[in-house]
Design a protein around this ligand. Structure first.
Ligand SMILES: C[S@@+](CC[C@H](N)C(=O)[O-])C[C@H]1O[C@@H](n2cnc3c(N)ncnc32)[C@H](O)[C@@H]1O
Length: 270
């Protein structure tokens, strides 16, 4: 659902990353998930002969990624999958040198983000581009006053999710802090021409049906991870918003929207 909602604005980013690559580039999509970005890469390739290598630690996502990226690539690119852990230094022997190394929202899952970025940098061939999507602006989806419970629920869900995230990171075995921003991390990985750009994701209300489904899933996940960090009143409100039999059910609202941004940080291997 997220990929369906992100696809058009993210396509502009895919085009921008492909600009200046050789005509038949080798692209690594590391932590590819269900393959949404590589579908866009495949669709935006200017010519045949490219090689797209999808890497992920979750087998069922990798299988789905192969299916959708293969369909999008047709005869334009070969699509391969590699089931691996990004933190594994053997990755360097398992993957071909790439013109573009893409890693979206995967580094923050790893115990040592800088060490993982160092590996990604070495996966690029000299002159190759490393682009990561991390950070940006959280999605906002809900009206401030939902007509049930205390107004401002989304801000409290986001704050609770922020605390959960910090605990999740601290709880990863071998977790190492990275007390600086991604531009510095790219620099420390030995990359040059450091740059970043934003992708605005905006679906004004009422948006497509998938938007309502997405918001229901998102609030459900937030309520789960927030747990006891929410007051009993907010937990009750969230339960009513997620109950299809309740008049307050989010999935029936016509005033949900999606507004947020992704940041893409890039560096080039000298
Ligand atoms: C939040 S999803 C992002 C998926 C996709 N790149 C995107 O931006 O939509 C994180 C992905 O990273 C994968 N992942 C998490 N830890 C990993 C690891 N150590 N090695 C390889 N993949 C990992 C997960 O299986 C998941 O597909």
């Amino acid at each position: 659902m997220a990929e369906a909602l992100d696809a058009e604005p993210t396509r502009v980013a895919a085009r921008r990353l492909l600009e200046g690559l050789p005509e038949a580039p080798t692209i690594l999509d590391v932590g590819c998930g269900a393959g949404g970005m590589s579908v866009l890469f495949a669709e935006e390739l200017a010519a045949a002969g490219a090689r797209i290598v999808l890497v992920d630690a979750t087998e069922h996502l990798l299988a789905e990624a192969r299916r959708v990226v293969g369909a999008a690539a047709g005869d334009k690119a070969t699509v391969e999958t590699v089931h691996a852990d990004v933190a594994d230094t053997r990755l360097l022997d398992m993957l071909p040198p790439a013109d573009l190394v893409w890693a979206s929202r995967v580094l923050h899952h790893l115990p040592d983000q800088q060490a993982a970025l160092d590996i990604l940098a070495r996966l690029a061939r000299p002159g190759g581009l490393v682009a990561i999507s991390e950070g940006g602006l959280d999605f906002n989806c809900l009206p401030w006053d939902l007509g049930i419970g205390r107004p401002g629920l989304e801000e409290r869900l986001l704050a609770a999710r922020g605390e959960w995230f910090a605990e999740m990171r601290a709880g990863i075995p071998g977790s190492v802090s990275m007390p600086y921003g991604w531009n510095i991390a790219l620099q420390q990985a030995g990359l040059g021409d450091i740059d970043s750009f934003g992708v605005l994701i905006h679906h004004p209300a009422p948006g497509p049906d998938v938007l309502r489904e997405f918001v229901v899933e998102r609030v459900s996940w937030f309520a789960d991870v927030a747990g006891d960090r929410l007051t009993a009143g907010d937990r009750e409100t969230a339960a009513a918003l997620l109950d299809p039999a309740n008049p307050a059910f989010l999935g029936a609202r016509q005033d949900l929207f999606l507004l947020g941004a992704k940041t893409i940080h890039c560096g080039r291997r000298p």
